[in-house]
Design a protein around this ligand. Sequence first.
Ligand SMILES: [Fe+2]
Length: 287
Amino acid sequence: MASPDVNAFFDAATNTVSYVVADPATGQCAVIDPVLDYDAAAGRISTHSVGEIIQFIADQNLSLDLVLETHVHADHLTAAPVLRKQFDSKIAIGTHIKKVQKVFCDVFNLGDLATDGSQFDLLLSDGDEVPIGNLTCKVMHTPGHTPACNTYVIGDAAFIGDTLFMPDYGTARCDFPGGDAELLYDSIQRIFELPNETRLFMCHDYKAPGRNEFAWETTVAEQRRSNLHIKDGTSKESFVEFRKKRDSQLDVPALILPSIQVNIRAGDMPVTESNGVSYLKIPLNAL
Ligand SMILES: [Fe+2]
């Protein structure tokens, strides 16, 4: 089986892992879930983190065609437009982004925002295949955390977004609008059906209790054997009951309001006002 070169970039501020996935034969690559730095207190954005990825691509003589979003993130702003501008690459996300845009257009009262996904260059559906050099990125629609979540299977590696976390940390929450624990269970069963040795790459890590290092790579076999929330033999009923109870106790993510209103625009900021400044909205008592 083809095996891409995978390089991870961990963003400690948001516990997010971005990846550069390269075809060793051609040097074509994709970037998955790039992070835009955002200082919430100051309302200041910067490109230090994605700058490291840009530098890496240049140093390795790679060619970037594709930026893949696993979903509309609620914990960080995407840096996809920075990469699109730098490399003329395309930004891709799951086709069900339209559903997410409709929900949050209402929350943020963005009446003029198109909800057809047209801010993105490619809308990917289950079963779609996109080339990365001689490699193929196979799209699996894996909803549950959000309606638009995709897993990207590239050779022997799968980028599973927010479905499973590392085995000692469990699974992603399902309480955002459009989230569904039953759907997440079904999506995880599909991930479990990938070959046992498939390398699985997480979107986040928070260090499980007792673990001192951040980690983001495991295998299908390891998840099926030992995931804290769902493994071989876990029933849908018990998983859904557990997930709902757990979600009812979780705090709202710190950056959910800025993140979502930017990420549903494929990372573009709201149009600047007459003074040349772009503003984000804070809806009161809406979430
Ligand atoms: Fe997420």
